[in-house]
Design a protein around this ligand. Structure first.
Ligand SMILES: C[S@@+](CC[C@H](N)C(=O)[O-])C[C@H]1O[C@@H](n2cnc3c(N)ncnc32)[C@H](O)[C@@H]1O
Length: 256
């Protein structure tokens, strides 16, 4: 199939070059394949990738371009500024990715119109087999491909990026750190902001006094129950002050 020879599987060892269907896998469709793994090749995600805790495949959408000029976009029907990615090009790229990835992965397109990504979505994705991610460019992609391939739209936030790649990197970073074998201390993840529905309490380390600022005394007491209570109270106060939306949801579920 056209393009399949150029798909690159990003993985450090020869042994796991074969796609292991049991491992959580991301397949990214992009016009800028060199942006991957990018920062995901570093630190915990990078080590996880090297050790086969997750798998990343990247396809250059241009491999599915049409005509002698290798076109992937065209001007919008109805006029207006910018270009739109063609449905035939993307449809073929998506179909090939589905066939290569086992057909059971969630198919998502990064778009400012989508559901804003949150920790609950990252947990949902971690529980599944993986994702196929479409990174848009230009003014976006032809609406028909979203409908015909039943693509979910997800957003990084209420601002406009130049392309979906940075949103894809952010999603993958957030998901991969939750996978077993990637972050050493899985217990520490369950206390993080959003996991409990609240923002996390403040952290302190040595020195106990810095620029005349002391660490809250209870944290030096060694009294585990009191420390736990102080952290819970701090989380609640911070959430109430900063995130009325989260506070309303959490207090509805926990204080009534
Ligand atoms: C310049 S943007 C297009 C913006 C589009 N014309 C609009 O007004 O909604 C190009 C691509 O960047 C990606 N993108 C931009 N902002 C994003 C966001 N907040 N979250 C996720 N992807 C985004 C999308 O894939 C989009 O197709």
């Amino acid at each position: 199939m056209k393009g399949s020879a150029d798909q690159s599987e990003v993985s450090a060892t020869e042994e796991n070059k074969e796609t292991d269907m049991s491992v959580w896998a991301a397949h990214v469709l992009t016009l800028y394949p060199d942006m991957f793994p990018g920062p995901l090749g570093q630190s915990l995600a990078g080590r996880g990738l090297e050790e086969g805790a997750w798998n990343l495949q990247v396809t250059n959408i241009r491999d599915y371009s049409v005509g002698k000029h290798h076109t992937v976009d065209d001007s919008p029907f109805g006029g207006g500024a910018g270009m739109v990615m063609r449905p035939d090009v993307l449809g073929n790229a998506i179909d090939a990715a589905k066939a290569a990835s086992g057909g059971d992965k969630r198919l998502m397109y990064f778009s400012p119109r989508g559901r804003i990504m949150d920790q609950a979505l990252m947990r949902e994705l971690t529980a599944g087999p993986g994702v196929i991610l479409v990174c848009g460019r230009f003014e976006g992609i032809d609406q028909r491909v979203l409908e015909a391939r039943d693509v979910e739209e997800v957003s990084l936030g209420d601002f406009i990026l130049s392309g979906g790649e940075i949103a894809a990197l952010a999603m993958l970073d957030a998901v991969v750190r939750l996978l077993p074998g990637v972050t050493g201390n899985q217990a520490s993840l369950s206390e993080e902001s959003f996991e409990t529905g609240l923002l996390e309490y403040p952290h302190y380390t040595r020195p106990a006094i810095w620029e005349d600022r002391a660490v809250p005394e209870v944290l030096l007491s060694g009294h585990h129950k009191k420390i736990k209570e102080w952290r819970q109270r701090s989380s609640e106060e911070l959430t109430k002050q900063r995130r009325a939306d989260l506070w309303e949801r959490w207090s509805d579920e926990n204080l009534k």
